[in-house]
Design a protein around this ligand. Structure first.
Ligand code: RB5
Length: 156
């Protein structure tokens, strides 16, 4: 799979570690930054947008987004068509975000989740398949809401 990773300053260290894990698991990894922070703050919506745009355009098949809590990344990424970004905080939420919600971006909190747990959550997330059936109908309803409320302008 082609997997993109993005983080703000709070998530950079974890993002760099998980990038190595993604490669070690045999996937292609694309780094959407942040590259260097020099202790400087950056704005998480900028990096969420880079990642989500890549997913919405088909350049990547899945994404990993990291900030302090995962929340800001999820909020921003979910503004893009076709993106289902889920904040994951334990094994169960990692599994269910794939099995029931078909999440295509996992959002992790570098200030709420230690490196080992984050790596476990990511592995579970990558290994879990969407269960389809009634969950597909519900996922499709999300798409319908999106179509009614968003006008995609991916060229911007
Ligand atoms: C940065 O301080 C922090 O606000 C950000 O990483 C994130 O947690 C926002 O959701």
């Amino acid at each position: 799979m082609i997997i993109g990773l993005a983080a703000d300053h709070a998530g950079k260290e974890l993002k760099d570690i998980l990038l190595g894990l993604v490669k070690a698991l045999g996937h292609e990894a694309i780094d959407y930054g942040v590259a260097v922070t020099n202790e400087q703050s950056v704005d998480y919506p900028d990096y969420a947008a880079l990642l989500a745009k890549a997913l919405a355009s088909g350049k990547i098949e899945a994404g990993v987004a990291i900030c302090g809590t995962g929340t800001g990344m999820a909020m921003a990424a979910n503004k893009f068509p076709g993106v289902r970004a889920a904040v994951v905080w334990d094994e169960y939420s990692a599994r269910m975000s794939r099995a029931h919600n078909d999440a295509n971006i996992i959002c992790l909190g570098a200030r709420t989740t230690n490196v080992h747990r984050a790596a476990d959550f990511l592995k579970i997330w990558l290994e879990t398949s969407f269960e389809d059936g009634r969950h597909k109908m519900r996922r499709d309803k999300i798409r319908e809401i999106e179509k009614k409320n968003f006008k995609p302008r991916l060229e911007e």
